[in-house]
Structures are given as structure tokens and as C-alpha cells.
Design a protein around this ligand. Sequence first.
Ligand code: FES
Length: 160
Amino acid sequence: MSETTFPEKNLSRRDVLKIAWAFLGGVALLETAGVFISYLQPRLAEGEFGSIITAGLVDEFPPNSVTHITNGRLYIVRLGDGGFVSIYHRCTHLGCTVPWDQTAQKFICPCHNSQFDQQGLVENPPAPRPLDMFPVIIENGEVKVDTGTILQRNHTKLHR
Ligand code: FES
């Protein structure tokens, strides 16, 4: 079988294929390097939902208070005994944002009137389960919340 040549540059068909394969190999190598470099970048900027959020200093949350941390999509509930609970502001019925009603001392969903007590337990359906929670970390006098870990509660049990 005779080999076709390209007279202007004296390239054989085999040479052209080698160049094409080398080019495609280079492109694949660059794409792989790009994926690897982006993998090494931090996934989430600190302070964004899905990362660890610093809610504030411990002393900024008085006992028996509920504070909305909007960038974390959560509430910090400081209990009467000084403990902290972090509650996801997303309704467990259909996902509306649930505001805290200071007068009624409960969370009342504006969409279908589900109501939750200060710790997010269902007082009035249709919400099928309590509001979800996040782990709270107290570190160097600061209240931090791991919004990358959503803790689902089914009545009294916690489910990860
Ligand atoms: S979305 Fe909250 S009660 Fe339906």
C-alpha cells in the first residue's frame, strides 16, 4: 500500500496523524491539569452556606433568645440554660423560609401555617418533622455553625 504525501511540506499521512494525536493529547493533558487544580481550590468560601459560619460572640446571644443569621440560613437559639441550638430556617413541609415570631414565641411558616416551638419541634402541621439543625461549635468565645452538616430530626431521634 502506498502512502499519501503532502508535497508542499513533505508530510506523510502518518506524520499528520501523529501531529493530530499529539495535539489532542496536549488538550487532554491541559484539561486534566485544570480539573486537578480546581479540585485543590477551596470548595466554599468561609462564611457561605455549606461551610462553617461564625455567627458571633457567645456573649452576643442572651439566654432565651432567637437570632436570625441570614447568610447561614439559620437561627441561633440560646436556651434558658445557656446552651446553643442552631436551626435551619427552611420549612420541612415545602421549603419556605420560616420566620421567628417574637410575640408568639414560635416559628410560624407563612406558606401553610406550620408552627414550631423555640427548638424547632412541630406544634402545628402540615410540617412532617421538626426543623432541621446544624452542629454548633463554641471556639475561642465564638459561636460557629457547620452548615455543611444538616441534622434531620424525626420526632425525637436525630438522623444524619
Ligand atoms: S412550606 Fe411551611 S407549612 Fe408548607
